[in-house]
Design a protein around this ligand. Structure first.
Ligand SMILES: *Cc1c(COP(=O)(O)O)cnc(C)c1O
Length: 360
């Protein structure tokens, strides 16, 4: 049996380091906003090539708080991909703004820059590209459009820790970026976690207060903030895992190359990779018009697979009642995408077994 994802196998190589880190936090007697969180924020900002990292409770909060800190809310519109995890849309909705979906390029799965300008209105305040499945979105044209129309660019980098676009890392490609450290992400904690990276000093200062009851001095509250913090335990665990992220992403890239080689000319459509980018293969997503039959075949051969995502955001009950534009690409992808197992612990032999199962 090849599981789609085993978090136990993901964390096993780091177990000794993680135990030490947790023990260090227990012994410190300090559990919220302390040395570990500060150190992780410093290390992750540097890793991403951003001036600041502000850690928060999860990825949804990271995205939502950036919008709030930029004063984007009721009456405003934010451009989002039509195909993404629902958190991208919910971040906009939670801020009180309206998500405006734009279709992806079906090969890279990422926001198609050629379709963005048609969606811009006088209410548009920001573009929120997602580096979906670990592939960087085409940021140069997106940033150029944003500059031309005076919009913010907020990366949803929840699936792209370490990915590079023209040499620069996700998290340094727009005005700000939201990351998630949900256990299954490329950089995953042993619980929930998230962070914002930015080189905007004013935004960073606002977010530092906002995540902590609007306060930077205890019991002084400058803005009506929230409680959204990464705890010391998760920060300590993430520091251990960050030190292995590059080598784990390199393993994912090698496995992805093996998949692409083994499946070439086969029965599924393979993802295309944008020139001058270094994806981090959070997911290995292929497309098939016979997706259900293919998934059943994999199950029979004891290979786990998943669908990311089976229902497009605009068709979710959570978004019923709004008038959405026609989104044929998102509606097609939801029936054709299939995610194959990919993780740093996977072996080449397992990739071959999966590829053989796909080829049937
Ligand atoms: C995981 C994810 C999020 C949200 O992260 P949480 O930590 O689960 O809140 C946002 N956007 C995308 C694309 C994600 O995959």
């Amino acid at each position: 049996m090849i599981e789609f994802l085993s978090l136990k196998r993901v964390n096993a190589p780091h177990e000794a380091g993680i135990r030490q880190a947790i023990q260090r936090v227990i012994d410190s007697g300090w559990y919220i906003l302390g040395q570990e969180t500060e150190a992780f924020e410093r290390e992750f900002a540097e890793y991403c090539g951003a001036k600041h990292c502000i850690s928060v409770a999860n990825g949804l909060d990271a995205l939502h708080l950036v919008l709030r800190a930029y004063d984007i809310g009721a009456g405003d519109e934010v451009i989002v991909p039509s195909n993404t995890f629902i958190a991208t849309w919910l971040a906009v909705s939670q801020a009180g703004a309206t998500p405006v979906p734009v279709e992806p390029d079906a090969g890279t799965f990422n926001l198609d820059p050629a379709l963005i300008e048609a969606a811009i209105t006088p209410r548009t305040r920001a573009i929120m590209p997602v580096h979906l499945y670990g592939q960087p979105a085409d940021m140069d044209p997106i940033n150029a459009i944003a500059r031309k129309h005076g919009l913010r660019v907020i990366e949803d980098a929840a699936q792209a820790h370490g990915a590079r676009y023209k040499g620069k890392r996700a998290g340094s490609l727009g005005d700000a970026a939201g990351f998630s450290f949900y256990p299954g992400k490329n950089l995953g904690a042993l619980g929930d976690g998230g962070a914002i990276t930015t080189s905007d000093d004013t935004l960073a200062a606002t977010l530092r207060k906002m995540r902590n009851y609007g306060s930077s001095v205890k019991y002084r509250h400058d803005i009506p903030g929230v409680n959204s913090r990464l705890d010391e335990m998760q920060a300590a665990v993430l520091r251990v895992k960050l030190s292995h992220l590059d080598s784990e992403n390199a393993t994912r890239r090698a496995l992805a190359a093996e998949y692409l080689q083994a499946l070439r000319g086969g029965p599924v459509v393979l993802p295309t990779v944008l020139a001058d980018t270094e994806p981090v293969w959070h997911l290995m997503v292929v497309q098939s018009e016979q997706r259900e039959a293919l998934q059943a075949q994999l199950t029979r051969r004891e290979v786990g697979s998943m669908v990311h995502y089976p229902i497009a955001c605009h068709q979710q009950k959570a978004y019923a009642g709004s008038a959405w534009p026609a989104l044929p690409i998102a509606e097609r992808l939801q029936h054709q995408v299939l995610s194959l197992p990919i993780s740093p612990y996977l072996t080449s032999a397992e990739v071959r077994t999966v590829a053989d199962a796909v080829r049937g």
